[in-house]
Design a binder for this molecule. Structure first.
Ligand code: NAD
Length: 484
């Protein structure tokens, strides 16, 4: 099955922070792949903007190396790379200075889509917005793209929103959460709302519980100082896990347009109950061999920041009354994996003999490492020997469905950047969503600070602290294994 490509309108995209890690690993490689796919018009222009002393050739060299390193070898085509690099140029600018902005204004074309990617630290978001406005570089149709972290708590998120709102309308602001750009996340909406099969069962009457896991094998080495001020709750739950929770739990929107979808997501966040202390488990990884512990990586012997978090969450509305959502995320765990598991209830009456190890129906939505879904159903074990039951997976993995093109669905950034150019905000977080998420998260964090809770140590390469397993076991449930 070939993927369909619809070219976007001509655009000027300025990447502030164009020489940074994100530009190198995600933005430039993603744009190149869209170019190869034929989605970028020939007269599109990408302008890297940062403080480094570089000229256009130097920036093209930076981009070429990024493509060589981060794009799959099958897409390395000398002619295509050369043509793509022609779209690139470099503009030296300091986000905190006043020099150069008038010149930037002259470069930006007024008759094409204008997008400004803020791939810099959040302290520069407001400064950039102010200068784009002051020097009349951005107009009422221009778009700005802002990266995570969007705030550190409700107060800072509100301040950031207010700063951007001074110069840009909400319809111009694209807050990126790359989880929303994943093929499977959108497929989740297709599966839920384009089929009659699932929606009638999508409630607490038929769903026992839902598990969302985002586990990583890496630790925080190299960015321990930054991470220690954040922790799993701020770094992963407030944004990525919360977004997944919203998409899985929201009511069907009346239309598939940005505000209808985001209105429904917002209602989910606002319906989240506060989480009592006994439903939260926080952890810190131990040292293993020559791999340092969290405390060593964070260079803070007294750190109480969590590198692991598991919690049981309730959504207080009609649909979900009585169905718990278990969220789990952590560093230095057994495998790198992101998935959502929807675990259905037992049939109300069984006509078969009870059988050890039999599972209920499960819909598993895999986000990482391979995107896809599988639905676990019970069938009769083939062959003679009586009525024995077994579980099988109806596999909907996209890698198989798309064959050769599977590599083309792996990165979310390129899809999201093209959405910015198209002016489609559906997969971007609205300001009120971000604030509502912080309003739920802040008191939970304050709770463990007030109680003086310390994270529980866990072995590197494990599934997290024992207490996290107990969070489920005590209610007769179990986490899915963290394996690839
Ligand atoms: P980085 O430190 O590698 O790069 C920062 C970029 O900003 C560089 O190009 C630098 O020259 C530029 N810059 C810094 N100060 C500037 C100034 N005063 N004026 C103009 N340019 C300036 O950072 P990064 O990892 O690329 O991250 C960029 C943003 O993206 C951050 O907000 C980060 O939190 C977010 N983010 C990064 C990743 C990632 O994988 N790297 C993932 C998610 C979010």
């Amino acid at each position: 099955m070939a993927t369909r490509v619809i070219p976007v309108d001509p655009f000027d995209l300025v990447i502030f922070g164009g020489t940074g890690d994100l530009a190198k690993r995600k933005i430039i490689p993603g744009l190149y792949r869209r170019f190869v796919a034929g989605q970028m018009p020939e007269d599109a222009r990408i302008i890297g903007a940062a403080r480094s002393e570089l000229d256009n050739d130097g920036y093209r060299d930076f981009a070429r190396k990024a493509i060589e390193k981060y794009v799959h070898a099958k897409n390395h085509d000398k002619d295509k790379v050369r043509d793509f690099l022609k779209c690139l140029s470099y503009f030296r600018i300091d986000a905190l200075g006043q020099d150069g902005w008038k010149d930037l204004a002259k470069i930006i074309r007024k008759d094409v889509v204008q997008a400004f990617y803020f791939s810099v630290g959040p302290r520069l978001f407001g400064e950039l917005a102010k200068r784009l406005h002051k020097y009349k570089i951005a107009g009422p149709d221009s778009r700005i793209v802002v990266e995570k972290p969007f705030g550190h708590d409700l107060e800072s998120a509100k301040a950031l929103n207010a700063e951007l709102a001074e110069y840009f309308d909400e319809t111009q602001i694209y807050r990126i959460d790359h989880y929303l750009g994943k093929e499977t996340v959108q497929n989740l909406m297709a599966v839920r709302f384009a089929n009659i099969l699932f929606e009638p069962l999508w409630n607490s009457q038929y769903i026992d519980h839902i598990q969302i896991t985002v586990s990583e094998t890496v630790g925080v080495s190299g960015r321990g100082g930054y991470y220690d001020k954040s922790g799993a709750m701020r770094d992963m739950v407030q944004n990525h896990l919360m977004q997944l929770l919203c998409l899985i739990a929201m009511e069907p929107p009346a239309h598939f347009d940005p505000d209808s979808v985001r209105d429904e997501k917002l209602k989910v966040i606002r319906a989240l109950d506060p989480v009592p202390a006994e439903d939260i488990v926080r952890g810190q990884y131990r040292a293993e061999g020559d791999q340092p512990s969290y405390i060593e990586d964070a260079e803070n012997p007294d750190s109480r920041t969590e590198s692991f978090l598991a919690m049981k969450v309730h959504i207080a509305n009609w649909r979900w009354n009585g169905t718990p959502f278990y969220l789990r995320t952590g560093k230095r765990l057994r495998a790198r994996k992101s998935e959502i598991a929807v675990v259905f209830k037992e049939p109300p009456h069984s006509i078969f003999e009870p059988q050890e190890g039999r599972r209920c129906n499960e819909l598993i939505i895999h986000l990482q490492p391979n995107e896809g879904m599988d639905l676990r159903v019970t069938i009769k074990e083939p062959g003679p020997g009586g009525m024995r039951l077994m579980d099988v997976a109806l596999d909907m993995s996209f890698a198989e469905a798309l064959g050769e093109d599977a590599e083309d669905i792996t990165d979310a950034y390129e899809r999201l950047i093209m959405d910015v150019i198209r002016g489609n905000q559906t997969l971007f977080m609205r300001g009120d969503e971000v604030e509502a998420a912080w309003a739920w998260v802040d008191p939970i964090i304050q709770g463990w600070i007030d109680r003086g809770d310390r994270p529980k140590p866990y072995d590197a390469g494990s599934s997290g602290p024992e207490d996290a397993l107990m969070l489920m076991h005590r209610e007769g449930r179990r986490w899915r294994e963290i394996t690839e």
